[in-house]
Design a binder for this molecule. Structure first.
Ligand code: CUA
Length: 330
């Protein structure tokens, strides 16, 4: 008889283990107006559901007890058709739907409306399997790590380039599809500095699960410093391994796919002009360290199945030199 409580405890533990409300991709800790609006609708629905569930459970319990089978009881009076009850259970659900629909529609329209004047515009391009971010006002392009200043409205213009992707950083707002041939946009004002994780939310091929995004919300002066360094031309290492790597880079197939402003102008892979300033590699898969970059250059598909970048047949020494060069591009 001791088994039952133990099973109950084990069951409750595994059930509650799924209840982390502040995990890295939570939608329950909002940091923008858009995410707060969504959470507001979510709260209305949750509370309405809790009240309805409580009413149903109480009424059901009462019915089960009051009308339970008794050895001596005769069949209770049977009711066929009851106009008042039928009107009641038609109107009550309609009222519940109304309570949910009015704020939902209100928020749907509010989050689809035109962004305020002065919003920071970023062109977001979804690619297999990474994100490209261009800031037209600053004429810079970067990848996978989106920087935004806190408190300033941002408008992300979503452009598809190959297949359908979906941009989703849950703490900042709802997911929105990135569709070739269609211009979607996503507008919100981040209100809390921090690094927020996101994920492509539409199956887009082999490495869909490896298409991560980091959204870095920072104070205005930090953002301006970051932007100033992004706008600067690529560093030119004077000598040492980084300079050797620059020479290998310039002489290899790298230049056909990657832009390093002033050095190469490929547009198939991510812009690497300030690659060393990014914290992660391969769309958020790995920390941006010399070992990881070397391993990536030697054999990208081993790390990211299906990736467009092939192994170029470079020696380990060449790969290590290129990694030193790329990481010097702060
Ligand atoms: Cu891009 Cu899934």
């Amino acid at each position: 008889m001791r088994l039952l409580p133990r099973l109950g405890l084990a069951g409750a533990t595994s059930l509650l283990a799924g209840c982390g409300w502040n995990g890295p991709q939570t939608s329950l800790v909002p940091v923008s107006d858009f995410a707060r609006d969504i959470l507001h609708v979510y709260a209305i629905i949750t509370w309405a559901t809790i009240v309805i569930a409580a009413v149903v459970v109480v009424v059901l319990g009462w019915v089960l007890l009051r009308f339970r089978a008794r050895p001596d009881a005769a069949l209770p009076p049977q009711i066929r058709g009851h106009a008042l009850l039928e009107i009641g259970w038609t109107i009550a659900p309609a009222l519940v739907l109304l309570v949910i629909a009015v704020p939902t529609i209100h928020i749907v329209f509010r989050t689809q409306s035109a962004p305020p004047a002065g919003a920071l515009e970023v062109i977001v391009r979804g690619k297999q399997w990474w994100w490209e971010f261009s800031y037209p006002a600053y004429q810079i392009t970067t990848a996978n790590e989106l920087h935004l200043p806190v408190g300033r409205p941002a408008v992300l213009r979503l452009e598809g380039t190959d297949v359908i992707h979906s941009f989703w950083v849950p703490q900042l707002g709802g997911k929105r599809d990135v569709i070739p041939g269609r211009h979607n946009q996503l507008s919100f004002t981040p209100d809390t500095p921090g690094t927020y994780l996101g994920q492509c939310a539409e199956f887009c091929g082999t490495s869909h699960a490896n298409m991560l995004v980091r959204l870095i919300v920072e104070p205005a002066d930090t953002f301006e410093r970051w932007m100033a360094s992004e706008r600067a031309p690529a560093a030119q290492p004077p000598s040492g391994p980084a300079a050797d790597g620059a020479a290998v880079f310039a002489a290899s197939a790298c230049v056909g796919c990657h832009t390093v402003r002033g050095v190469s102008s490929g547009v198939i892979g991510p812009d690497l002009t300030h690659f060393g300033g990014r914290t992660t590699l391969a769309a958020g898969m790995l920390p941006n360290t010399a070992d990881n970059v070397t391993a990536w250059i030697l054999d990208p598909p081993r790390i990211k199945p299906g990736v467009k970048m092939p192994a170029l047949g470079l020696s380990e020494a060449q790969a290590r030199a290129i990694a030193a060069y790329l990481l010097s591009l702060k």
